[in-house]
Design a protein around this ligand. Structure first.
Ligand SMILES: [Zn+2]
Ligand SMILES: [Zn+2]
Length: 272
């Protein structure tokens, strides 16, 4: 599934997002039943209480959850954000700068965790708010140089799989720094497992990895079949270890849809 939204481009919320994908047209968190994503809106006029939402220097985004009066609870939209990886849903962040104006696409995010924080509600009454730490998915891509220098993991495949499955389950309550570290560790757990699962053979073309890294490992890359950008925690059944050629092809080839569908079927079969 490729989202038709370009980074930092503006869209009409109702016509471009909800008319195509469904989901609630009001409020900060929109959870369409039949689309593989959750739309979150921030900014003045987005019909969202989170006026304390803020982009941090490390690239993460603090997002106040749903609930206009009283303490926020981990239900509906808030729960959807917490469990989005487990449910195979992307998080798409849009920012509205003007009431009634267009919304700007800020990219795909991963929920790293959340904190409970005192914030006033709509009536100015003190209450406990849920504030999520959202991490840009693009920042979680593990680059070739990391793979080349990293010492190989010597854990058995079954243990790596256990870690990868756990990493795909859910985010925890944690402060932003820990949330960021957690999401990186979860991302790495998935990557380590799929590379071990492939055992040096590309899961797309079935050829051996084209070269060994300086650390002596067969060089393959983790491709997130459903995602626009690789990286982030994900279900191991949605991630494949592929050679660099197949990887470019899966993103840019004219046959990318067929290739990704075949890959998905193969990986799902392996994971069964
Ligand atoms: Zn290949
Ligand atoms: Zn990829």
């Amino acid at each position: 599934m490729l989202w038709p939204f370009e980074l930092h481009r503006s869209y009409h919320r109702r016509n471009d997002i909800h008319a195509r994908f469904g989901g609630q047209q009001q409020g900060g968190i929109s959870t369409p039943a039949d689309a593989p994503g959750i739309f979150i809106f921030t900014g003045h006029g987005a019909g969202h209480v989170g006026y304390q939402d803020v982009f941090e220097a490390d690239g993460s985004f603090r997002y106040t959850g749903q609930g206009q009066l009283g303490d926020m609870r981990m239900i509906s939209g808030n729960r959807a954000i917490r469990d989005h990886v487990q449910n195979g849903k992307d998080l798409l962040l849009f920012q509205q700068t003007k009431k009634g104006g267009p919304v700007r696409f800020e990219g795909l995010y991963v929920c790293g965790g959340w904190e409970i924080e005192p914030q006033p509600d709509m009536n100015g009454q003190p209450r406990q708010a849920i504030v999520f730490t959202l991490v840009p998915q693009s920042g979680l891509t593990i680059e070739a140089q990391d793979l080349a220098t990293e010492a190989p993991t010597d854990l058995p495949l079954a243990e790596l799989r256990k870690r990868a499955l756990k990493a795909a389950i859910t985010a925890n309550e944690a402060n932003p720094r820990v949330a960021l570290a957690n999401v990186r560790a979860r991302s790495k757990a998935v990557r380590d497992y799929v590379l071990a699962r492939a055992a040096g053979v590309c899961e797309a073309c079935r050829n051996p990895a084209p070269f060994l890294t300086a650390a002596g490992q067969p060089y393959l890359e983790a491709h997130h079949i459903h995602k626009l950008s690789d990286g982030g925690p994900d279900q191991p059944a949605s991630v494949a270890a592929v050679c660099p050629n197949c990887h470019r092809r899966a993103h840019f080839g004219e046959d990318q849809i067929t290739l990704n569908n075949e890959l998905l079927e193969r990986v799902r079969r392996i994971e069964k």
